[in-house]
Design a protein around this ligand. Structure first.
Ligand SMILES: C[S@@+](CC[C@H](N)C(=O)[O-])C[C@H]1O[C@@H](n2cnc3c(N)ncnc32)[C@H](O)[C@@H]1O
Length: 110
């Protein structure tokens, strides 16, 4: 994500981060209500599937269009698909070939 080459330090007991562009990183410190899965995420039952809108909001917050989002434990593909939907590039890997298969099928249906 965009700021991953920044600086981390403790300020007033809180972990503070300066981005690679020199600005203080404001973290997501509010609750995001999960929405129901959309049809594309229901073609296959995957118990650990994360809510697409929550993942999507984190991607919006922590990366910019054109940047690369990496998910090495992609599972049902939510992070990769939400990244692509928001104009990011995505790298998605998983130990389980079924996970990358589901992700590939979802990408083809974007
Ligand atoms: C909790 S699921 C991820 C769920 C995903 N965030 C989603 O929303 O669908 C964890 C995934 O990590 C994969 N995994 C576990 N250990 C792994 C490893 N050592 N290397 C790669 N993938 C691994 C599992 O196969 C599983 O698909």
């Amino acid at each position: 994500m965009g700021h991953c080459l920044g600086i981390l330090y403790i300020e007033g007991g809180y972990l503070t981060e300066i981005s690679s562009e020199g600005t203080k990183v404001e973290h997501v410190d509010y609750a995001i209500s999960p929405q129901a899965h959309t049809p594309m995420y229901l073609m296959h039952k995957f118990w650990a599937r994360k809510p697409h809108n929550v993942v999507g909001e984190y991607i919006e917050h922590y990366s910019k269009k054109g940047e690369i989002v990496l998910d090495p434990f992609v599972g049902s593909g939510v992070t990769a698909i939400e990244a692509l939907k928001r104009g990011r590039k995505a790298i998605a890997t998983d130990l389980d070939p079924m996970a990358t298969f589901i992700t590939r099928i979802n990408r083809e249906n974007l």
